[in-house]
Design a binder for this molecule. Structure first.
Ligand code: URA
Length: 435
């Protein structure tokens, strides 16, 4: 029986479930360029409105996953575990996390993305380390995993190619904000990495993809259910993104802050999230008997320099200058800094992550279009965090820039801080855990 696209579109439009054969046909043929964008656009919009049930979602994800190569790492013993974040402002957690977890004996094959729009990307941050190459061949990456227990690379062209095409189409057809489409997009890529288990950091709030907690919760549950039905162990943490994470937003600046964490310090929120996500990964990697033991293991490798040493080894293996670990001044630095001063006295009630992100974008720390170049040195250094008490005229942020975009960035930063006469009610960084 031949499958006709207009019938498939009508079926989903009318709220019926698609058959596995229909789904596989659509994904295979679209990846092979034999179905035009206009038909897939109509189908995506029908899915946007009518969703996919559990079975459809599993088949849709599996078809995307098998649209390209599926990596395996059988040459490395142990349970391979990765982490995925849905993205936020100042989210540099992968950088201290990956070497810390690997230093606890859990292999971490980490494939990360670039920043687009207001969220930063791990690859751009790593590339601010002089010489660091994220575009290794799969064979070279596998050799680094075997030797050091972790690699940090970008997605190759052959991993989940259906997602690359579908994501580009969703971006221009108003069909990004669909839980089944987001969940299948994320999980197809993660499952293609050759992992055994996954920890998800699903963010909610002003600086997140999902602003409402309930939407992030629904996404987290969907992601976890896809992973578990694919026989992977998955934990998810729902974490607060109503303020930037840590004090640094910008590529080399975030590497500096990551080094602080790898030296046993760093801002409380960055350290706490690194430890929590790391403990879940160590637990899933079966290197600890319980969560407390896993937490103590991550804390130990952050405090005793083992995670930092491993990061230095991995930087060198990726062709980068490992001396930045001893001397962060070898990282690129902006030629100019401009202070932002508090406009009133009181408690810092809010630091708007979108305004901070837009300020960083204005000085080219991120990219608006895929092909934009990123300035590794620029960004925003926050001098206060939510809850701090400040007096009018005190420095609340410092803009690091190279001349371009300064006045636009300062406009954003001047509007980013809300002050209050009373201290704000602290909100926990981790709101819920799905284990
Ligand atoms: N990240 C992804 O990888 N895919 C989406 O659809 C949304 C965020």
């Amino acid at each position: 029986m031949s499958i006709r696209l207009p019938d498939v579109i009508r079926k989903k439009r009318d709220g019926k479930a698609l058959a596995p054969l229909e789904i596989r046909y659509v994904i295979e043929q679209y990846t092979a360029d034999t179905i035009p964008d206009y038909q897939i656009s109509a189908l995506l919009m029908a899915i946007y409105f009518n969703g996919l049930n559990g079975e459809e979602l599993d088949v849709w994800t599996d078809a995307m996953l098998h649209s390209g190569v599926v990596l395996t790492h059988n040459h490395v013993p142990g349970i391979k575990v990765d982490k995925h974040s849905t993205g936020g402002v100042g989210d540099k957690i992968s950088i201290p996390l990956a070497p810390a977890v690997a230093a606890c004996g859990v292999p971490v094959p980490m494939i990360s993305g670039r920043g687009l729009g207001h969220t930063g990307g791990t690859l751009d941050k790593l590339e601010s380390i002089p010489g660091f190459n994220v575009q290794l061949s799969i064979d070279d990456a596998k050799a680094i995993l075997q030797k050091h227990g972790v690699f940090l690379i970008g997605q190759t062209r052959d991993v989940a190619p259906a997602d690359r095409k579908l994501y580009a189409l969703r971006d221009v057809t108003g069909t990004v904000e669909s839980i089944p489409l987001i969940a299948s997009s994320i999980m197809s890529k993660k499952l293609a990495e050759g992992i055994d288990a996954l920890v998800l950091d699903v963010k909610f709030g002003k600086g997140a993809f999902m602003r409402r907690f309930e939407d992030a919760q629904a996404l987290a549950r969907t992601l976890v259910s896809i992973g578990r039905r694919a026989d992977k162990e998955v934990h998810a943490l729902l974490t607060d993104m109503n303020a930037p994470l840590g004090r640094m937003v910008g590529n080399a600046l975030e590497i500096r802050e990551s080094l602080d964490v790898l030296n046993g310090g760093g801002p409380d929120d960055v350290r706490a999230l690194t430890v929590a996500l790391g403990a879940h990964m160590v637990l899933l990697g079966k290197k600890a008997a319980n969560f407390d033991e896993a937490t103590a293991m991550i804390e130990a490798v952050l405090n005793n320099g083992k995670a930092l040493q491993l990061f230095a080894d991995v930087i060198a293996a990726h062709g980068g200058n490992a001396a930045i670990c001893e001397n962060p001044d070898l990282l690129p630095a902006a030629s100019q800094t401009t202070s932002v001063l508090a406009s009133a006295s009181g408690f810092v009630a809010e630091i708007d992550p979108m305004k901070v992100a837009m300020a960083a974008l204005s000085v080219n720390a991120g990219r608006v279009r895929k092909e934009d170049a990123v300035d590794p040195a620029t960004g925003v250094e926050l001098k206060v965090q939510v809850g701090d008490r400040v007096v009018v005229g005190a420095e609340v942020a410092m803009l690091h820039h190279n001349g371009a975009g300064e006045s636009e960035a300062l406009q954003y930063l001047n509007g980013a801080f809300a002050m209050s006469d009373v201290p704000p009610v602290p909100s926990p960084i981790i709101r819920e855990q799905i284990v």
